[in-house]
Design a protein around this ligand. Structure first.
Ligand SMILES: [Fe+2]
Length: 577
């Protein structure tokens, strides 16, 4: 039985396909369209999923769309009545109508024109946004029973949802309605700090350790912690929500309107221009926003833990991308075991909607937990060689063992290596399938990378991939972090050993590399360890101001456009010069 899950007409549009409950493929549409956060219908991702499953559209049994226009309908109507005028149509479309099932059927007919879509055997299910987030975490987790939290900007008029998962069912306990949203709070300050684009919040998280949380108390006037374990925003600080917050133009690129009000400017100063330097005030404000956001997450989770008495927690939603907060959960809350999916943000909605239908709707038994994010595109050596020959590119092909030696040597010799290996990752992090790698021991690695490839803000850290057997040697906490979803303190005596991946506050956003899950990436890091004694590589995403590369052609273009020293496409190696 096949289930196709979709995140459509929403940022980070994506598709995922399951066979008898097992995830076969999942990918973001942006990887094919080459437009970051692309927000239309994921036609190319659907085609990819069908190809991977080896089936046609007609053979699908269920289609799960991660949104439900009827969720909280009464509350939406009330909200619209209270906020008339402005962009009424746009808001009504966003909250009430969006796209109907019939128009979704039309989109499918563009995938396979030979099919009469109205006669498809598959049943279309609409799964509410936050239930999809919750399902993407719980039904993929190893837990038989767990407390669940979904937290983001907003989706289906909800911004936060707490629940309990048991076996193949999720029971919702409570939720917070739009516009009271931790995501909106974080985004408004992200904009005020001079980062205006959709998805820029991680820059504030990276900036925070350079400041002191001096304004955390003042932020408590913006964000009120409620005694029921949830929260409300002081809406004086926010622009009226009546004209909507995120819009998608004809180009399907999500754009966020400024969310802060004049009152916020009066209280926290004018918005920084993108070219204006970052002052100590900006850094302190970033630290304060991060601090209060963490405190709110702990507040929600501690309440949830007491209420449920459970030790396992699953977290998803855009705010679940806050890896600094995630890394503190086991110390700051009563939960001991944490699962966060590789696509905790909205791309994960497709996977979650599919899992929700399999478990909750159809009542089928849980499938195996998901520890691998490698569900995207793949290319073999034959195909890669053919492509390189067609481009008249000189390359050498090595056996696996020779390859690991060559690449490790080049990294040690201050090289920056594009590493294209196996199936692409699902989610925002490169995890050794579409990665750019460097030597973490170099004090100048950040400068080299920024010079040769990335040209990004100097305050943003680079991340370590570490063989999982060595985590306790380098980090103060030992846990599985397969998706780079947590930041942990690095042992003080190791800061000087791996300066390139040690952030200014002595932490690192690690990926624990498991030989069973990604054997080739493991073998490469192990070759580096044998030569240097360090079981770690600096790992950053394989891209340059674009979605992460998906195909050998995009990897080659990125290599040629930048000053990377070596490009590895499976076993084919291209060197510069
Ligand atoms: Fe979301």
């Amino acid at each position: 039985m096949y289930i196709l899950g979709l995140n459509a007409y929403h940022a980070d549009s994506s598709a995922a396909i399951f066979k008898d409950g097992k995830l076969i493929a999942a990918t973001e549409e942006e990887r094919f369209r080459r437009v970051k956060h692309w927000a239309g219908f994921p036609t190319m991702a659907v085609e990819f999923c069908l190809r991977e499953a080896g089936i046609s559209l007609a053979e699908l049994n269920h289609i799960a769309i991660g949104r439900d226009p009827y969720a909280k309908l009464g509350k939406k109507i009330l909200f619209l009545l209270k906020n008339p005028g402005g962009g009424w149509n746009a808001v009504a479309d966003r909250f009430l109508n969006a796209k109907k099932v019939s128009s979704i059927e039309k989109e499918f007919s563009s995938i396979d024109a030979s099919i009469d879509v109205s006669k498809l055997k598959s049943k279309i299910h609409q799964v509410e946004h936050h239930r999809s987030h919750l399902a993407s975490a719980f039904f993929a987790s190893p837990f038989e029973e767990a407390a669940l939290l979904s937290i983001d900007g907003s989706g289906d008029f909800t911004t936060t949802m707490v629940a309990v998962g048991k076996a193949n069912k999720i029971e919702v306990l409570d939720s917070v309605d739009f516009p009271h949203s931790l995501g909106i709070f974080y985004t408004a300050f992200t904009q005020l700090l001079g980062f205006p684009h959709y998805g820029d919040e991680y820059k504030v998280m990276g900036l925070a350790p350079y400041g002191e949380p001096k304004y955390a108390e003042r932020l408590k006037d913006v964000l009120h912690f409620n005694s029921d374990g949830l929260f409300t925003l002081n809406l004086d600080y926010f622009r009226s929500a009546k004209s909507g917050i995120i819009s998608y133009g004809d180009n399907h690129i999500p754009e966020v309107a400024p969310m802060f009000s004049d009152y916020m400017v009066k209280k926290f100063g004018p918005a920084r221009g993108p070219e204006e330097p970052l002052s100590q005030y900006h850094k302190d404000l970033a630290a304060s926003v991060q601090r209060i956001s963490e405190e709110l997450i702990f507040h929600i989770l501690n309440h949830l833990q007491k209420k449920t008495g459970l030790k396992n927690i699953c977290v998803a939603g855009g705010v679940a991308q806050n890896s600094v907060a995630n890394g503190k959960l086991s110390r700051k809350t009563g939960f001991s075991n944490i699962y966060i999916p590789s696509a905790g943000h909205d791309a994960g909605i497709s996977m979650g909607a599919g899992l929700y239908v399999h478990n909750q709707v159809l009542g089928l038994p849980r499938a195996e937990p998901i520890w691998s994010a490698y569900t995207g595109s793949r290319y073999g050596n034959v195909e890669i060689e053919k492509y390189l020959r067609s481009r008249d590119i000189e390359y050498k092909i090595y056996s696996d063992e020779e390859l690991y030696e060559k690449v490790a040597d080049r990294l040690i010799d201050s090289g920056v290596v594009g590493w294209f290996n196996g199936r692409a990752e699902f989610g925002p992090r490169a995890l050794g399938a579409r990665s750019i790698l460097a030597d973490p021991r170099r004090t100048d690695a950040k400068e080299i990378l920024n010079l040769k490839v990335k040209r990004r803000e100097s305050f943003r850290p680079f991340a370590p991939s570490i063989l999982k057997e060595y985590v306790s040697e380098y980090f103060e906490i030992t846990d599985e972090v397969p998706f780079m979803e947590k930041v942990f303190p690095i042992r003080p005596e190791k800061h000087a050993v791996i300066p390139a991946v040690t952030h200014v506050d002595g932490t690192g956003r690690l990926q624990t590399v498991d030989q069973m899950v990604t054997p080739r990436y493991y073998a490469l890091i192990d070759a580096f360890r044998r030569k240097t004694g360090v079981p770690i590589l600096l790992n950053t995403s394989f891209n340059e101001n674009e979605p992460i590369v998906n195909s050998p052609a995009e990897a080659l273009e990125c290599f040629l456009r930048t000053n990377m020293d070596m490009l590895v496409l499976e076993n084919c190696v291209i060197t510069r010069g």
